[in-house]
Design a protein around this ligand. Structure first.
Ligand code: IMP
Ligand code: MG
Length: 173
């Protein structure tokens, strides 16, 4: 059985999301932002962020998979659930839980840019820049974290722990 140690508390996560929402609302003033949540990991972050945006918001969801039930990136991506709506002319903001190797976002960014959005930016709750294999930088980032496998606030380990209200690290000792 894994032990979970708190890395970022619920309060810290919520404070940070409020700050991000404030900044995004300023940056998108006078526009409508189209959030694309990457399922399943980013649902908690997306909801909390969306509730605090003061600009008009529309939302869509996509499931992309680059990981199995293990901890190592496969370096490959499959689209498991397509967007419901066209993004042509929209101010798209991809909402991710975590950027690790960067492969998922690199692939997604290319794919979505080909669909002619008015703009395309990335918001991520967590970033592990030490793990980057391709050059990609999120436009909005909650926390830069070290190279540790994290769970909670939507993030899973073998589909478990998504419901933890904080970000924790698994200690497998
Ligand atoms: P990337 O393509 O390597 O950047 O992987 C990004 C995806 O891998 C994220 O959207 C997560 O679903 C998953 N992932 C990467 N690191 C972690 C982690 O520490 N905990 C849980 N999921 C992770
Ligand atoms: Mg993900």
């Amino acid at each position: 059985m894994e032990q979970i140690e708190v890395l970022i508390s619920e309060e810290e996560v919520e404070t940070k999301i409020c700050e991000l929402a404030k900044q995004i609302s300023i940056d998108y003033a006078g526009k409508e932002v189209h959030l694309i949540a990457i399922l399943k990991g980013s649902v908690f972050f997306t909801c909390e962020l969306a509730k605090r945006l003061t600009v008009p918001v529309t939302m869509d969801f996509m499931t992309v998979s680059s990981y199995g039930d293990g901890m190592v990136s496969a370096g490959q991506i499959t689209i498991k659930k397509e967007l419901d709506e066209d993004i042509d002319g929209k101010e798209v903001l991809i909402v991710e839980d975590i950027v690790d190797s960067g492969h998922t976002l690199m692939h997604l960014k290319k794919l979505l840019l080909g669909r002619n959005p008015a703009s395309l930016k990335i918001a991520t709750l967590l970033d592990k820049p030490d793990c980057r294999e391709v050059e990609i930088k999120p436009d909005y980032c909650g926390f830069v974290i070290p190279d540790r496998y994290v769970v909670g606030y939507g993030l899973d380990y073998a589909q478990q722990y998504r419901n933890l209200p904080y970000i924790g690290v698994i200690d497998q000792k």
